[in-house]
Ligand binder design. Sequence first.
Ligand code: FAD
Length: 326
Amino acid sequence: MWLKNFFIGLSQNQLLNSMAKKYGTKLGAQTVVAGTTIEEMIESVKELNRHGISATVDNLGEFVFEKEEALEAKDQILNVIEAIHAHEVDAHISLKPTQLGLDIDYAFCRENLEEIVAKANEFGIFINVDMEDYKHLQPSFDLIDELSQSYQNIGTVIQAYFFDSVKMIQAYKDFRLRIVKGAYKEPETVAYQDKKEINNNFLKLIEYHLLSGSFTSIATHDHHVINHVKQFVKENDIPKDKFEFQMLYGFRKDLQLTLAKEGYQFCTYVPFGKDWYGYFMRRLAERPQNMNLVVKQVFNKKTNTAIAIGAGAFLLGRLSKRKKNK
Ligand SMILES: Cc1cc2nc3c(=O)[nH]c(=O)nc-3n(C[C@H](O)[C@H](O)[C@H](O)COP(=O)(O)OP(=O)(O)OC[C@H]3O[C@@H](n4cnc5c(N)ncnc54)[C@H](O)[C@@H]3O)c2cc1C
């Protein structure tokens, strides 16, 4: 648990975040981040498409507290939409409301999101609004409620660790939804902490949405869950075009390919861009074994920068923890 908290702490460290932006995808991040440019990302998506796998593209970004930065993120996402359309790749968009200015001003964020949803709608491209931490949950649902009145190409994520997730899925049963366990550290007043309880709730939500007839994205690397879903859809005659499995770029690649070969719809979450640091640290928090990606990179490439950022990360993490404890 301390390791999870440690990496979550690092993911929220803004100084390290901006250092990481400067130094590019080091620390092993390039194995789970599909490059820093649109061109690199499109090549990665084409490669997935060649294997019958679609993509949901995330132009990485968080900690946006300046309007200028949010507008830049919006423009970049509009460019990604243009590129998906121009290259005719099988892909849609995942984005985070805080990247578009939710922490600055709700109306400003709504305006940015609407511009993106409208543009994507012209090309028949779906927009998934990723769910962040509890603080941003209700305003994110508000954005979806408002925009879904005018646009059909919008959906979101339900996080199984929340006590209220059953209510949430009932309220959004007509939407295309991605269902996940939940990636942020949430207090025990609002979220299950126990893995078993989260898993049970996760399966309950998946089954509920599959039976509702709406499109379900089951986003997990957990083969126990995947095997359960395979059995459940068989027993309940749920057609294969009503759901897909999703995993993150670079994780369990063999299983991704196997599921696609077995005829299941498969969609890989493809993160790219300069702002990779917070995303990468959350992946380490979820599964500290992912540290082996870091170790490999550091020793294969002898990247001094990586070592420097890593050491800095460790020291700053310790310092911020001490401050919090005070
Ligand atoms: C496509 C996608 C989108 C997501 N979007 C969001 C979002 O919008 N908001 C949010 O809060 N969270 C999101 N998440 C993260 C999610 O909430 C979980 O934190 C994350 O997926 C870890 O849980 P898990 O179900 O994959 O498996 P875990 O609970 O991490 O692992 C369960 C078991 O699966 C196996 N396993 C897991 N990973 C591996 C691996 N790499 N190699 C081998 N075995 C493995 C192991 O047996 C492990 O014990 C997303 C995840 C995915 C895949």
